[in-house]
Design a protein around this ligand. Structure first.
Ligand SMILES: Nc1ncnc2c1ncn2[C@@H]1O[C@H](COP(=O)(O)OP(=O)(O)OP(=O)(O)O)[C@@H](O)[C@H]1O
Ligand SMILES: [Mg+2]
Length: 575
């Protein structure tokens, strides 16, 4: 786990290594300064040698400057290394997420992925910076200061032997309980981010339903949960501070006690005791740093694990090794296809689907909501894989195709489609980056989008705003259809893509499709019979199964469901 994640330090390794090296310079100075100090007091002050005091004072100032210099560049190196590491890590995670298939995203949830890419990386970045600054500094300082103290007065150093083990036991006890608490805290972060995300994406709906107060309350609950979890986790860790301080004062008091006895007894000089106390400070300081490091480690380990999970996630759907790049034609076959979102044959969204569709056919699909119409068609561009049976496109199993090639030939206008910020033209070019203006206009004419686009003052250069907020629902749908058409696909799937378009425009889109896209296999999922009635064949779906297939006229006779839907819609129209 550590190896995988920390390999993303990458080209910032140089700074990461230079940090502890420069810090060693800083530590060396810090450790030597009290030694010089002791000399000044014992040899200079006590003997009244002003010259000596001035000389050694100068040396001390120089050492302080050198120490400051090393400290400053170490700070810079560690910051550069940690920020670079975070950038690399985020980049790697983002690239990984782009490879995810829908089921991978379902598994993590978008909110959790957001937390992992933001908060978790920040946690790890901070821990990494602390680590390269302190992981060497603390033990080196501890060892040097211990050596100097023992050299100065071995007897007095016995105090450390008693205190250090106590400190280690205390810290270990506190921190071993903290890890699960931090994990729980991050899960609460996920919930909070989910709430924010949902609210911001649906802000218009929230306002339309005057749900602001309810949303505020829910968000309040989420932040309260984060607060509680965080307090619960941190209050353990915070305990280590007073504990350390207590040990620090106990140590200093005992050293002053024993030290003053030694001075009175003539076995120690005053200067030595002053310096000894400075070393005590350094030793306890480095122990404190070590326990702080340990704490960072605990906090960041939960984050590290969550980052690692994203990095090692296997994209569910990938191109096979020797993949087919060409899709022969637009024929589609379902052979005994069953599908479950949970890979569970007892919880099926689609059950034993068998149907053969010729290239160039227009297929209507009708069925109640939740009857698995979307589930059926999304198997064609391999947005999900069939759980059982096989789906064939152009006579080959979809799993044999190169994913990009398959998806370029199977254009799907999703039910919940999105436009991105940018101009209309930029959005259309998602379908085909090399499309000429003529191609763009012709696709927009087929999708009945050209006229309304030209009515905007900026035409095709109109800026859409984030998520395409500047166009109406029906206009958005038509831009999405045009975007799919620009791919010049062999198969085009319209999943309820004209639901927000008036019947007259809907009908002219279908006429344009018949005239311009005669060779393209077209799937039209719709709620309105009028949208599918002139299709070559219509599939009637109910509860994950195909109940009937046929033309409009045939189905009126053979399919009870179809007849019922038709009659209810006719009645509505007649009235
Ligand atoms: N990502 C998903 N994870 C789990 N279950 C899902 C998922 N998407 C859809 N389902 C379930 O699968 C079933 C079929 O859904 P599907 O979206 O295919 O219906 P549909 O016929 O397209 O409905 P609609 O007309 O409302 O679009 C539903 O019961 C739904 O709850
Ligand atoms: Mg659907």
């Amino acid at each position: 786990m550590y190896k995988t994640v920390f390999s993303y330090v990458g080209k910032y390794k140089k700074q990461a290594i230079l940090t502890p090296i420069t810090i060693m310079g800083e530590v060396a100075m810090e450790v030597l300064i009290p030694y010089v100090m002791a000399n000044i007091i014992d040899k200079g002050v006590n003997k009244g040698d002003v010259g000596y005091v001035a000389k050694m004072g100068g040396v001390m100032v120089c050492m302080a400057i050198v120490s400051l210099f090393f400290g400053a560049i170490a700070g810079r190196f560690s910051a550069v290394a940690a920020v670079g590491f975070a950038k690399n890590l985020r980049g790697a995670m983002f690239r990984k997420v782009q490879e995810f298939s829908f089921s991978n995203v379902d598994k993590f949830s978008t909110a959790s992925l957001t937390t992992r890419l933001t908060t978790d990386v920040t946690n790890l970045q901070n821990a990494f910076m602390m680590f390269i600054r302190m992981a060497f500094r603390a033990p080196i300082m501890l060892i040097f200061a211990l050596i100097m103290a023992i050299r100065m007065n071995g007897k007095l150093s016995i105090v450390f032997l008693c205190v250090i083990p106590l400190i280690i036991i205390g810290a270990a006890l506190i921190l071993s309980n903290a890890h699960p608490r931090f994990k729980a805290m991050l899960a609460k972060y996920d919930d909070m981010n989910a709430k924010v995300q949902e609210n911001l994406i649906g802000i218009r709906t929230v306002k339309a339903f005057v749900r602001e107060d309810y949303e505020k309350k829910k968000f309040n609950d989420n932040t309260e949960a984060v607060r509680k979890a965080q307090v619960h986790a941190e209050k353990l860790v915070i305990l280590s501070m007073p504990l350390m301080q207590m040990f620090m004062y106990i140590t200093i008091i005992s050293i002053v006690w024993f030290g003053s006895h030694m001075i009175v007894g003539g076995t120690m000089e005053l200067g030595d005791l002053t310096s000894f106390i400075t070393y005590v400070g350094q030793i306890l300081m480095s122990l404190m740093m070590l326990s702080f490091l340990f704490m960072m480690f605990i906090i960041s380990r939960a984050s590290l694990q969550r980052i690692y999970e994203v990095l090692i996630e296997k994209p569910e759907i990938v191109s096979p090794a020797s993949s087919e790049k060409e899709v022969a034609d637009g024929s589609v076959s379902f052979r005994n296809v069953s599908f479950s979102y949970f890979k569970d044959m007892s919880n099926l969204a689609l059950e034993k689907i068998n149907v053969d569709i010729k290239s160039g056919e227009t297929i209507g699909i009708i069925g109640g909501t939740g009857s698995s119409k979307t589930s059926l068609v999304q198997l064609i561009p391999r947005l999900y894989d069939a759980t059982d049976g096989e789906v064939l496109v152009g006579g080959r199993n979809v799993k044999e195709y190169d994913l990009d090639a398959l998806r370029n030939n199977v254009a799907m206008v999703l039910q919940k489609n999105v436009l991105f910020s940018g101009t209309i033209k930029e959005n259309l070019k998602w379908g085909n980056p090399d499309a000429t203006d003529d191609e763009i206009i012709s696709a927009c004419k087929s999708a009945c989008a050209h006229d309304f686009i030209m009515n905007f003052p900026d035409g095709y250069e109109t800026d859409l705003g984030q998520g395409g907020v500047n166009v109406s629902g029906g206009q958005k749908q038509r831009i999405c259809i045009a975007r799919a058409l620009l791919k010049k696909p062999k198969i085009i799937i319209l999943d309820d893509s004209t639901s927000a378009v008036d019947t007259a425009t809907d009908s002219s889109i279908r006429t344009a499709f018949r005239e311009n896209l005669a060779d393209t296999t077209t799937f039209i999922i719709a709620q309105r019979i009028s949208s599918v009635q002139d299709a070559d064949r219509i599939i009637v779906m109910d509860d994950g199964k195909i109940t009937d297939i046929g033309t409009h006229e045939e189905l009126l006779i053979t399919s009870a469901i179809y007849r019922e839907v038709y009659e209810s819609q006719q009645k509505g129209a007649d009235e």
